[in-house]
Structures are given as C-alpha cells and as structure tokens.
Ligand binder design. Structure first.
Ligand SMILES: *Cc1c(COP(=O)(O)O)cnc(C)c1O
Length: 543
C-alpha cells in the first residue's frame, strides 16, 4: 500500500485498514465524551470570542507544505470541537436536534458510499432511500404515493423556493424562457418565515409583490384579511399565483387554517376565472406532527397525558388536511432529530415537475444516456448529497410510535415549564399556546399582556417593556454556556394608542427538542431564570 492509499479506506476490505479507521472513530468519540458535562451546554470551555478572534484565524491559516499525521489531524479537529454547544438538556433556545444514532449511521454510510443523489447510476442507495421516504411520508400525510414526488433539498427555505418556482412555472410555462410577468403576487402570513421574502427576491417576483396577511391572536393567518388583500390585488390587475400556509410558525407554532385557505382560493378562482393558486404548506416546523394523523385518541394506546392529548387532537384537526397542499416539507433537522441538512420537499402531483425539468439536450452528463432510470434534473442543485438515507434510518429506528413519543414529550415538558413559570413569577405572561415552544414576556411591574393585545398601551410603554426583556435576554445570554434560552424581537405585532404603526413584541423562547430535556429538569430552568431576574431587578433599582 503506498502512502497516498493510506489516506483512504481499503479497496479490498482488509482488517488492518478497517481497524485503523475504527481506531480514529474511537479516538474522536472518546475525546468528545471526555468533554461532555450534563450541567453545561458546551463541550469544554467556550472560547473567548475577542474582537480579533476570526481575524487571528485568518492570519494564521495556511495549507501545510507536507500533510500532517492522522493523530495531529484529529488533534486539530478536536480544537474545533472544544467549546461547541452540545445539545443536552441545557439547550432550550430553538428547534435544534441532537442527531439520533440511526441518523448518524445513515449519514456515515452516505459519506462512505459518497453517492451522488443526482442520478441512480452514481448513487443507487440515495435514490432508493429517497423514493422510499417519499412514499412512506406521502402515506402519512395522505398524498397518493403513486402520484407524489419528493426530493431532499437545502432546508425548509429551499422547499419554499422550489415551490414558488413551481407555482410560477406551472401557471406560466413560457416564463422559463421569457422571464416572469411583472404582475404576479404571492401571499403569506406576517408571521411566516423569511424564506418567502428571499424567494420573492430570487425568483424575480419581487418583494413588493409579496403580500403579508395579518395574523390572529393564535398566530395563524387572518383569513378575512387574506380575502381582502387578494381581492385588492386582482382589482389592480395582479395575478395571485401562490399562498404560503405556515404549519407551525418558527417562534410560536401558530398553525394556519389550510382547509379554510383552500376554500377561499376555490371561491376566488371561480369568481375571477383564475387558474388554481398554488399552496405550499410550510410545515418545516410542524410537519412531524402529521405523525398523529391516525392516532386513536379514544383508546390512547401510548397513554399520553390528558393535557398532551388535548393539544395533539387540536393539531390533528389541522394536519389531517395536509394533503390539500400542492407541496409541503419535512424538516427532519428540526423536530425529527437528524443532522443538518435533512429536508424532504414533497410534491402532491409529480406531473408538476415537468415545468421545471431541463430539456434532455441541456443535460449531457446524465439522463440522456441509455442507463439509469432515476435522475433529478428538476432540482436546482446539480450534485446532491443523499440525506434521505439518514431520514430513512431514523424512520426505521423510531417507527411511528417512537416519533409520537418524542413529539408528545416536547409538549409535556412545555406544559410543565409553563405551569412552573406562572407559579414562580408574578411578572410573567405566556404569550403563545401550548406547543413544543413556549414564548414568555416579563414586565417591570404588573403583567400588561391583555392591554397590549388590545392595543391600549402607548409606544413608549411597549418600547419600555421590550427593552426590559431585551436587557434580561442579554443578561441570561452571558451565561448561555449554562442554560441557553432563545428569544425573538418580533413574536408578533401589536397596535398602540398613539400611532398607526404596529409594534413588534420582544419575548423569550423556551424550545425543547433534546430527549434529555425531561419534566424533571424543569425546576433547573426556572431557578436559572429566577436567579437572573433577581440580579436584573436589583440592577434596575441601582439605576
Ligand atoms: C425553519 C423554518 C424554515 C427554514 O428552514 P431551514 O431548514 O432552516 O432552511 C422555513 N419555514 C419555517 C416555518 C421554519 O420554521
């Protein structure tokens, strides 16, 4: 074996090379385990992020003249690991998963095979897994697996972009050649993810033609406002091509009424003689809860708590209509406990893809040859990673029930956190409904949430409360290596008495997706908040 070959896995499956590779894996796992501490968020100490931190890296980085040994390489690798946040029970900031073991194995096999998911000749495993998970998940959400199509792509945001492009191309097939008409419009809730904003820019539809619909108090889209704004667009000569229905808003888990949206669109299409308006269900956050679509709440075989069942039943009402959407997405790297990036974009009718497919003469490398029967020339990517393999292994290892259990646990921990928070603080309000995320807002004195929602406060008052919360977030953020809470500057918009401009509301976020975040941990989260609230209020008195 020559020196270069030593840098690679074996060609013949010999034991010596296998043992060497295994040895490296073992070293890495051991060193990472040594850094783990369940009472801390980080693996070892957090680096001191001085102002010149990245600048110093820029100065010192250089490709070595001669390659270093694997031991030194691993040492350098471990330097990257040190201080990294580890997703144990101390991380309650966002839907950020600790990848489960089956998904890690799937990912490893993906890398070892290094298939190119662009076509099956170069990546048979990924093609097989992609077709499999597309069928599995189509069956869960109620798409006909013989008619649906799916592919993994660059996140929930990629799914939004792909769907908007599909919507435009479906209605204006010539736009691929001629560019898009200037009077196309898309609609979304004012609380939807910024994915559509970027997609409006990138497709050329233009952000000015993205209409933001008001949200209700439960953070779902206000359907009357949708009708009003759509009518206005049509009246002015615009053509609605696309509605984004958010199934679980990123910060508050608000769920749009997909069924209601569809009824409205049917009516408007008929009255104005329009082509069907495309609906993408942005289920990046909430999609996993379709796993309860067939759950038997009457017999409750997994014995979920009553309060948990009540929420799940409410979800079922919405998620059972997922199959109304022209497309949707499963972001497994959010609530599905898999590594980045594992997003499956699902399309109800695969015939729609013909509007995006490249002409055979334009793809000289793939597809136009006599062999291979799966090639994804309709994706925006050319080479693609086979991330469907980790989705596949996770679905196998968890099964429907495993996912139901972990998804129910998110709710249980949140219910417990909400109860404890209300019990321990007199100056806090919970500002969203029970879900995998709890948003909460503190007040310098009395709780004024109701008055805020009713628009009874002044700009100054709301701004002061926002500042009080932002300062508190800064304070607890200093100790984010102990417990890491999330926050958002704009949970929603509220009216004020002295201006027509609605103001954003600053809140804290408690988001649990770690399997190690259990009900038993809740008292720790509360104590952490209490200690810091004391410090916060004392510092205010001093000023
Ligand atoms: C997270 C999120 C996205 C973006 O998904 P990525 O996987 O991060 O690209 C889009 N929409 C919603 C509702 C989200 O919560």
């Amino acid at each position: 074996m020559n020196k270069l070959q030593q840098l690679f896995p074996s060609a013949d499956g010999n034991q010596q090379q296998r043992d060497e590779l295994l040895g490296h894996f073992k070293t890495i796992l051991t060193k990472m385990d040594e850094l783990k501490d369940p009472s801390k968020l980080t693996l070892g100490e957090m680096p001191n992020y001085t102002e010149d931190y990245y600048n110093r890296i820029i100065q010192s980085a250089l490709v070595p003249e001669k390659g270093v040994s694997m031991d030194v390489t691993i040492e350098k690798l471990m330097d990257l690991v040190k201080g990294h946040r580890f997703l144990n029970s101390n991380y309650v900031a966002n839907a950020t998963p600790l990848p489960n073991i089956a998904s890690i194995l799937g990912n490893l096999v993906m890398v070892l095979l290094n298939g190119n998911n662009l076509w099956d000749v170069d990546g048979s495993a990924a093609a097989n897994a992609e077709v499999r998970v597309t069928s599995m998940l189509s069956k869960i959400i109620g798409y006909d697996p013989n008619e649906s199509a799916g592919y993994t792509t660059w996140g929930g945001q990629g799914a939004v972009f792909n769907s908007l492009r599909l919507a435009i191309a479906r209605q204006f097939p010539e736009s691929n050649k001629e560019g898009i008409p200037s009077n196309l419009y898309c609609f979304c809730s004012e609380l939807s993810h910024f994915s559509l904003y970027k997609s409006a820019e990138a497709t050329g539809i233009g952000v000015n033609n993205m209409v933001r619909v008001k949200a209700n108090d439960d953070h779902s889209m206000d359907l009357n406002d949708l009708i009003e704004k759509m009518e206005e667009v049509i009246e002015n000569g615009g053509i609605p091509v696309y509605v984004l229905a958010t199934m679980g808003t990123t910060d508050t888990f608000g769920i749009d009424d997909l069924y209601g949206i569809k009824q409205i669109l049917k009516d408007i299409e008929q009255r104005h003689n329009l082509e069907p308006v495309y609906i993408h269900a942005d289920s990046a956050m909430g999609g996993m809860y379709t796993f309860f679509n067939d759950y038997d709440f009457k017999n409750n075989p997994l014995q979920f708590e009553e309060e948990v069942c009540a929420v799940l039943k409410q979800y079922q009402v919405h998620f059972q209509h997922m199959n109304i959407a022209d497309s949707m997405v499963f972001d497994f790297h959010k609530l599905g406990q898999t590594p980045y990036i594992t997003s499956l974009f699902l399309i109800k009718d695969k015939a729609d893809l013909k509007y995006l497919d490249l002409d055979a003469s334009e793809t000289p490398y793939v597809g136009s040859r006599g062999y291979g029967s799966y090639h994804t020339s309709y994706t925006l990517e050319c080479s693609r990673m086979g991330s469907s393999i980790s989705i596949y292994t996770s679905l196998l290892a968890f099964g429907l029930e495993g996912y139901q259990q972990i998804l129910a646990n998110y709710l249980l921990v949140n219910i417990s956190f909400r109860n404890a928070l209300k019990k321990e603080f007199s100056n806090v309000e919970l500002t969203n409904g029970v879900s995998p995320v709890t948003t909460f807002r503190f007040y310098p004195e009395n709780v004024k949430w109701r008055a805020e929602l009713d628009g009874n406060l002044t700009t100054t008052e709301v701004t002061e409360i926002n500042q009080y919360n932002e300062d508190f977030a800064e304070l607890i953020g200093l100790e984010r290596d102990v417990i890491f809470f999330g926050n958002t500057k704009k949970q929603r918009l509220i009216s004020v008495t002295d201006s027509s401009k609605r103001l954003p509301v600053y809140v804290h976020k408690f988001y649990t997706t770690s399997p190690y975040s259990t009900v038993e941990e809740v008292h720790r989260y509360i104590s952490f908040l209490k200690e810091h609230m004391d410090i916060h209020n004392k510092s205010l008195v001093l000023i």
